[in-house]
Each structure stands twice: as structure tokens, then as C-alpha cells.
Design a binder for this molecule. Sequence first.
Ligand code: 13P
Length: 250
Amino acid sequence: MRTKIVAGNWKMNTTVPEGVELAKNVLAGISGKPSDVMLILGVPFTHITKVGEIISGSGIGLAAQNCADKESGAYTGEVSASMLRSAGCGYVILGHSERRQYYGETDERLVAKLALAMKEGLVPIFCVGETLEQREAGNHFNVVESQVRNVLFTLDPVHAASVIVAYEPVWAIGTGKTATAEQAQEMHAHIRKVLASKFGEVADGMSILYGGSCKPSNAKELFARPDIDGGLIGGASLKAEDFISIAKSF
Ligand code: 13P
């Protein structure tokens, strides 16, 4: 049995008070209801401590959206994996397409970030996904496979076992255009097959999330597929009600 996960990626949204309010609303929405779905909030760096205090003891996980590729030192503006750990994070989103696209995130840098995150005991939520151009050219399986190989294949099976993978087709992010459940399932199955070629049966236990315009109206159909273990949610995670409704879609 794989862990079912619904993770919110708040991206660069909400002020600290707004984020606190959102976290409180998520907490209120799930209170008292035991669930087999793991919830994670991926918050801006500035919100980590405050949101961490609110969700402390609730079972909700706390994620950062990035970390530095260096351990410590003269790297102005960067935030290290150990800082995240000490601030209360248990997870870190790595390799999001917005970072690859706008901030020059490379596979090479991601290898370093992944190693540092794992050294600190942070669980990486590692994102992969193709652009529309790559899909239309029929390259989507190859593109995603090389993102997995170039970064995750640097791990040993013990470390790989704890990684959460998120398949987020770039053309579906923030566009309202979701991948069909078939498109998502076939890519998730492909990712699992690639992982199994390196890590063997460990791949069976790894959660693979879908991201890209996932919302209450389509989550049920997506989560019903055998290789889709949950979602990484952008826009819809900014409304507690929608986020919780997605979490109830299994
Ligand atoms: P949307 O849900 O807004 O499409 O964003 C998905 C995403 O990028 C989550 O990381």
C-alpha cells in the first residue's frame, strides 16, 4: 500500500497573516476526522515558522518550495536544507517546472539539492514534467524519463524509497487544462517502470502525485487510477475548502 498524499504548493502567494489564516482553515476543515490521506502544505519560506506552529501535532506535513544547492556560507539570499529542517520543515519541493523555467534550475543542481535535503532528513517532493512542445513532438516519455534518471538515479534504493515524485505537465499548470486521467496514468506507470528498472520493488512503494490544474471536479477521476497516489495542488490549495475537498476525493 502506497501513502496517499495531497500536497499544496502555495507558490508565491499570501502574506504571512493570509497564510496563517489559510493554514487555520485547513486545520479546522480536517479537525477530528481521522484520514488515511497525508496532507502537506508547501509554503513560502517566510511562512514556515508561523504555519508550523499552527499545524504542529495535527499530522499535516510542512514543506518548503526550494532549498539551496550548497550546505552553508556566502550565498546571499539562499536558504539551506538544514535551515529548513531547523525551522520545522519535513518536506521540500524540488525541481518544480517554474524553477526550471524561470530560475535556471538544472538537473545537476537538483542532484546537489536532493543530496543535501536527504542528508537533513527532509523528504523531497521531486517534480518532473514535459512542455506542450515536447508532448506535441512525441517526446514526453523521454523527457520525463531523463529528468528521473538524471537526478533520482543518483540515490541508493534506501533513500529513493522515501522520495515523493510529482508528475506535473507544464502545459497543465495554472492553465485550467488538466491532463486526462489516461494521460496522467500512462505517464505515472512509465515513471514507476523507470524507477523499478533502477530500484526494483522499492518503486512499488513510492508515491507518485499528479499536478496541473487538479481541482475538486477532476481529482476523483485522477486519483482512481492505479498509479496516481495523490496530487500536488497549486491554485486550488489556496482555498481551504477546495484543498480539503480534493483530499476527500480518493
Ligand atoms: P495548479 O494546480 O495551479 O495548476 O499548479 C500546479 C502546480 O504547479 C503545483 O506544484
